[in-house]
Design a protein around this ligand. Structure first.
Ligand code: TEU
Length: 578
């Protein structure tokens, strides 16, 4: 019998609240705005929402810096609004997964404020150390670890006269998970949210919570100095096991760990009943395989390598574990700009030949959606992906809002790696997180229908909203949106797409991503052309295509699989047994 779970059969929709829908005209999205669009989610057909942080926060990292875990930021609304959202979703059988950010808090969290004053039990809530001094007697940090957002991972606190560790921004001090009081406080907070009836947690950088004892220097030649001492650290499984026993074991929850730097072996330890019990993780290998030393060097990528990376995860977690499937989120560039083809529209990275002024935007967006909905694992749709939103254009650094991107530009200029912004503009427009965070494009009204016409959105809208928007997409039978509805329906209807075994065909084919899915007598064949030109693909001889019929395609196709496929640019076909 199948080991069924609702979260294996679900399609999850990720909401970045700041950019989803603004109901009160302050230029920032909010919870009433989301409530207003719950019917839209229902129409799309998704089963769950992952809501990025809406908690009280000074917004140094758009809410990933939490100053109070048990209240909602004013700009998003209040707890009553949140309860109303939960009800509105549940009324439509859509579950709600909340973001859990517990590697760090905001420096404005009461815990940190008390800790810097060494108040009683809070004294050891964070990772405080004395520093060293250099030859000139200047204070230097306790070790050489680097922050993910650039610069040292340590800042000096004048009140406490010690350094504190922050793997991200200086306004995001790391909690000391060795302290049982910290862990207890986190579990209590989780229980508080669970009692409100939520359906799971997405756990921010959960594999970073344990650091090597003694905090030794890291290898200065690695991409991020110190990483080997805080990614998948020594006690992480002990803490996650304890968390499971304390708060997660009773409910049928979706728990997904965000685990940068985890390989398949690591993932097996986080996921499943024999591991820490998480439902799944967000792995990063398929979104970092094109990085050189650093994400800002991202560039050429090959389909062969992309396939190899995904196959490793597909097969590696097939029997004990489960995959999440995503190609973009609020930290990654828009998938259609990265893996598809947008011409020169909405992206400066014109890496592939274009068909017209927007390249093959629609067609390649559908192709990528076909991939995510037919791989083995739970698909995550990031807001705007379902209408084929693209990377944006940032003419000047003043248009950027993300701390990581702003630091990158500033450092490049300071360190002389760039003479002017123009030297790094391509990199910004290719990988900066702001690309994914431009406001959701609801209509061709001014400000894309995201906020009032005369309001100032917190981050500029992508200029292509006049054609790329929800209103236009809903009205157009042939839109990316309507194609996504079909994909989601199909996945709901057919167990083979959820539970079927994955087998990659022709791994070395440079243009075609093809695979089968098999579940007893139920079979599927997926053939995807990742090239901007027509490509032939011969059905492998040993493959039985008996009984297969076309189930969905982004082109004109029908019937049974031919002996030799002639696939148009970015053409996608899914065949299933009837
Ligand atoms: O991201 C963690 C992380 O390591 C990366 O996604 C990282 O932000 C990105 O690759 C930098 O290029 C999580 C959240 O998703 C992100 O939004 C937060 O900024 C970060 O944690 C800190 O909470």
């Amino acid at each position: 019998a199948l080991d069924r779970a609702w979260w294996k059969e679900a399609v999850v929709y990720q909401i970045y609240p700041k950019s989803f829908r603004d109901s009160d005209g302050d230029g920032v999205g909010d919870i009433p705005g989301i409530i207003d669009r719950v019917d839209y989610l229902d129409e799309l057909g998704v089963d769950a929402v992952w809501l990025c942080p809406v908690y009280e926060s000074p917004q140094a990292d758009n809410g990933y810096d939490i100053s109070d875990y048990r209240s909602i930021a004013d700009t998003y609304g209040d707890l009553d609004d949140w309860e109303e959202l939960l009800d509105a979703l549940h009324d439509r059988d859509i579950r709600l997964v909340m973001d859990l950010v517990v590697n760090h808090t905001s420096d404005e969290h009461e815990w940190f404020q008390r800790s810097r004053r060494r108040e009683g039990a809070y004294e050891d809530y964070y990772i405080w150390r004395d520093g060293d001094t250099d030859e000139d007697g200047e204070p230097t940090p306790p070790n050489n670890w680097e922050s993910v957002f650039g610069g040292p991972a340590w800042s000096y606190d004048d009140a406490r006269e010690q350094w504190y560790l922050h793997l991200f921004d200086e306004k995001q001090p790391d909690l000391d998970w060795r302290n049982p009081d910290v862990r207890e406080a986190v579990y209590d907070m989780m229980e508080w949210w669970l009692e409100k009836g939520i359906d799971g947690f997405r756990m921010d950088v959960i594999n970073l919570i344990s650091k090597t004892e003694g905090l030794p220097d890291g290898d200065p030649d690695s991409g991020l100095t110190g990483a080997e001492h805080f990614f998948n650290g020594p006690n992480v499984h002990e803490y996650l096991g304890e968390m499971r026993d304390a708060v997660l074991s009773d409910d049928d929850l979706l728990t997904i760990g965000e685990t940068p730097g985890a390989d398949v072996e690591d993932a097996r330890q986080y996921v499943g009943p024999d591991g820490d019990g998480l439902s799944m993780v967000f792995q990063f290998e398929h979104v970092t395989f094109d990085h050189d030393e650093h994400k800002w060097d991202a560039g050429d990528w090959s389909l062969v390598e992309f396939k190899r990376t995904l196959e490793k995860w597909q097969t590696g977690l097939a029997d004990d574990g489960w995959n999440s499937v995503y190609l973009n989120n609020h930290d990654q560039p828009r998938m259609v700009s990265r893996f598809g083809d947008t011409g020169d529209r909405g992206s400066s990275a014109d890496r592939t030949p274009s068909g017209d002024d927007e390249g093959y935007r629609r067609k390649s967006a559908k192709l990528l959606g076909t991939l995510t909905h037919t791989l083995h694992g739970t698909p995550f749709v990031y807001q705007g992906e379902e209408i084929g939103m693209t990377n944006a254009s940032f003419a000047s650094p003043d248009e950027l809002r993300d701390v990581e991107a702003m630091n990158f530009v500033e450092e490049a200029l300071e360190e002389g790696r760039a003479d002017s912004y123009d030297d790094v503009r391509d990199a910004v427009e290719y990988v900066a997180r702001d690309n994914a965070r431009t406001p959701m494009q609801w209509s061709d009204d001014p400000n894309a229908g995201f906020t009032d016409e005369d309001a100032d959105p917190w981050l500029k809208c992508n200029a292509n909203y006049e054609t790329v928007n929800v209103e236009a997409a809903r009205a157009d039978e042939d839109s990316v949106f309507n194609y996504y509805r079909d994909l989601i329906d199909l996945r709901h209807d057919r167990d083979v797409l959820v539970y079927g075994e994955f087998d990659l065909l022709r791994p070395e084919d440079p243009d075609i991503f093809a695979y089968t899915r098999t579940l007893g007598d139920e079979r599927g064949l997926v053939v995807l052309n990742f090239a901007a030109n027509p490509v032939e693909f011969a059905t492998p001889e040993r493959l039985s295509v008996d009984g297969l019929e076309l189930a969905v395609s982004n082109a004109e196709a029908s019937g049974a699989p031919p002996e030799t496929f002639e696939l148009g640019p970015y053409e996608a076909r899914v065949y299933l047994t009837s």
